[in-house]
Design a protein around this ligand. Structure first.
Ligand SMILES: [Zn+2]
Length: 82
């Protein structure tokens, strides 16, 4: 699972997801140096694990979609009996 550095103090995140935590921590150090003069932001920052972009973040999980389709079919089947 890739890693992404985010800074809550600046409400920013690194431009790239990193396959290795060490690379995301390098982003962290670079941001602290560039934006905070090397200081650690009090509001917090850190490396978090993120999903692969190819998995389609923000799209409904497949089983939720299937449950919706089944429900729709049941409703349609029911309405045909009347
Ligand atoms: Zn920052």
């Amino acid at each position: 699972m890739p890693h992404l550095y985010t800074c809550q103090a600046c409400r920013t995140e690194a431009p790239q997801r990193r396959d290795y935590r060490e690379d995301a921590e390098a982003d962290q150090q670079a941001h602290r140096d560039a934006a905070h003069g090397g200081h650690r932001p009090i509001d917090g920052d850190g490396v978090r694990r993120v999903h692969h972009a190819s998995r389609g973040d923000g799209i409904l999980p497949r089983h939720t979609f299937l449950a919706f389709v089944v429900l729709l079919v049941l409703i349609l089947a029911n309405s045909c009996h009347h």
